[in-house]
Design a protein around this ligand. Structure first.
Ligand SMILES: C[S@@+](CC[C@H](N)C(=O)[O-])C[C@H]1O[C@@H](n2cnc3c(N)ncnc32)[C@H](O)[C@@H]1O
Length: 501
């Protein structure tokens, strides 16, 4: 069997340079070690008489790993549906299946078609065997293409008809696959981790959680190692779902890369993965088997809303108001703040940089300006080199002498009713958001470097009193407040709060 799989792997590497629409069609084929791992996740006791779907089959790497698994478990027969849009891959798929002909009886259909169309039509056509529930799949294994679905595209309309609202091909493939499964059917797939949080994938998360139970999630510690030869820099997650069964504890596993040499796994109660009262349904993946200080501490339980604080994305989109922008402050302008203006707890303004420092105050921009005051800002995009994902700063009213200020779109702004917040709370939030425990907690549900307003709205914060104590401490010791100091002060305050509770 090893020899057959190695032949498929060689074919994957040979076909790679021949692909003409590689990025257009998301043709990043799965390496053998990952395919084998994915196939190993299917439950042994359900492997008999499988009816298998491989959506976006490529050259059949995943199907062949699945077939190898069946053969190793002495299963003699399999029914396969392989869907692939690129007709150039058809002969490769046939060759892949032919390699198994002596070892297992295969009843296969290679369907060269658009999976979204094929699946949506099959589900919507009341006469089709699939719609009649007669031909649903018991197993699905997929590495779908990643590509945004435009809002007015045919794909989007078809998906909507099939009751699926989603923004990327990968989530569309998985959502449709869920609908094509029979009850108890198992789905294993690899997709970017970005669906675990953020508003755009909320419907998709809801779709999965309503119709399936999560059985297993695997993460690669190093974001650049899963697909070494294709330079895919996404943080990916491998998941196993089961259709229509009750949710139990979930296995979470991790390995540095696709050699799986340092594989570790833990069991987690589902409430730790999707918090019971979270309407956003963020999926938390903690790979350390240790609760972060934030999760452990019962009094870190307030949302920003409960603290009477709102969060908005900086309303000034600079390229839409180009004519209003000025390199340096001048008569008639007010400050326009960018992430670069915030360095630690200080504001460097004005600053010599590529971006402008000021914006002409007129009717067009007035609605986006905030009265000068204390605000906490959180950078929306942190670079990979940055140690923390959440980087917060504080605007103080004395930083500038203007009555109103603008915040550019690269910032999230924490405010109260579009006005400033109290100085102590602002510095307290600054320290809390920049702490190591918050960074660790954030990484559990956010696999990318972007921090959205919804992420901040969903996060938990300590009480107002703790934030005020933390803020007072920052104000008093400002010059000497580094990472180590912030972390130990936060821990000290949380522990004493627990003792007093
Ligand atoms: C990420 S690759 C994975 C291929 C294969 N499953 C593997 O794991 O090696 C995604 C595959 O989906 C195919 N694809 C892209 N858009 C598709 C569509 N709308 N319908 C069917 N297949 C599609 C691509 O041609 C590509 O082969």
């Amino acid at each position: 069997m090893t020899q057959i799989l190695e032949t498929v792997e060689k074919s994957r590497l040979t076909v790679n340079p021949l692909l003409k629409n590689k990025s257009e069609l998301g043709q990043f084929f799965t390496p053998l070690s990952i395919s084998k791992f994915m196939a190993s996740l299917f439950s042994k006791d359900k492997l008999n008489n499988p009816k298998v779907l491989d959506a976006g089959a490529g050259i059949g790497s995943l199907t062949s790993a699945f077939l190898a698994r069946l053969i190793s478990e002495n299963i003699g027969k399999a029914d396969l549906h392989l869907l692939e849009i690129d007709e150039m891959l058809e002969p490769y798929l046939s060759e892949t299946l032919a390699l198994f002909k002596d070892d297992i009886e295969i009843n296969s259909q290679i369907i060269i078609d658009d999976f979204i169309e094929w699946a949506a039509f099959s589900l919507l056509d009341k006469e089709s065997l699939l719609a009649k529930d007669k031909q649903r799949f018991t197993h699905a294994i997929l590495n779908p293409p990643y590509k945004k679905i435009k809002s007015n595209s045919n794909h989007r309309k078809l998906l909507r008809k099939a009751g699926i609202e989603t923004v990327n091909l990968y989530s569309a493939f998985v959502a449709l696959t869920v609908d094509l499964m029979s009850d108890g059917g198992e789905i294993v797939f690899i997709i970017p981790r970005s669906f675990c949080n953020g508003p755009y994938f909320r419907n998709f998360r809801q779709h999965l959680l309503n119709k399936t139970s999560i059985k297993h999630m695997h993460l690669f510690e190093s974001r650049d190692k899963a697909f070494k030869d294709d330079e895919v820099l996404q943080e990916n997650v491998i998941m196993k779902l089961e259709k229509g069964t009750a949710q139990e504890d979930v296995t979470i596993s991790i390995s540095t890369d696709d050699s799986f040499s340092d594989y570790k796994e833990y069991r987690y109660p589902f409430e730790k993965i999707v918090q019971p009262n979270d309407i956003e349904k963020f999926i938390h993946i903690n790979t350390t088997n240790e609760e972060t200080l934030i999760e452990k501490h019962p009094n870190v339980c307030y949302s920003l809303e409960e603290l009477n604080i709102e969060v908005s994305t900086g309303p000034v989109v600079d390229f839409r108001v180009k004519e209003n922008l000025r390199e340096m402050p001048e008569e008639g302008t007010v400050p326009l703040f960018y992430p670069n203006h915030f360095v630690g707890a200080s504001v460097e303004y004005p600053k010599v940089m590529k971006k402008p420092n000021a914006i002409i105050r007129n009717e067009k921009v007035e609605k986006w300006l905030y009265p000068n005051g204390h605000y906490v800002v959180v950078k929306r995009f942190s670079s990979k080199e940055e140690k923390r994902r959440i980087v917060a700063g504080v605007l103080t009213p004395e930083s500038v002498h203007d009555p109103v200020v603008g915040f550019e779109n690269g910032l999230n702004v924490l405010h109260y009713n579009k006005s400033g917040i109290s100085k102590e709370v602002a510095y307290g939030l600054y320290a809390y958001l920049n702490s190591t425990p918050v960074d660790k907690y954030f990484r559990i549900f956010n696999g990318h470097t972007q921090v959205n307003a919804t992420d901040l709205r969903t996060m938990k914060f300590p009480s107002r009193d703790i934030l005020i104590s933390l803020g007072k401490w920052v104000i008093k010791n400002k010059e000497n407040v580094g990472q180590v100091e912030i972390d130990s002060k936060l821990e000290e305050l949380l522990l004493s709060d627990r003792r007093n509770a």
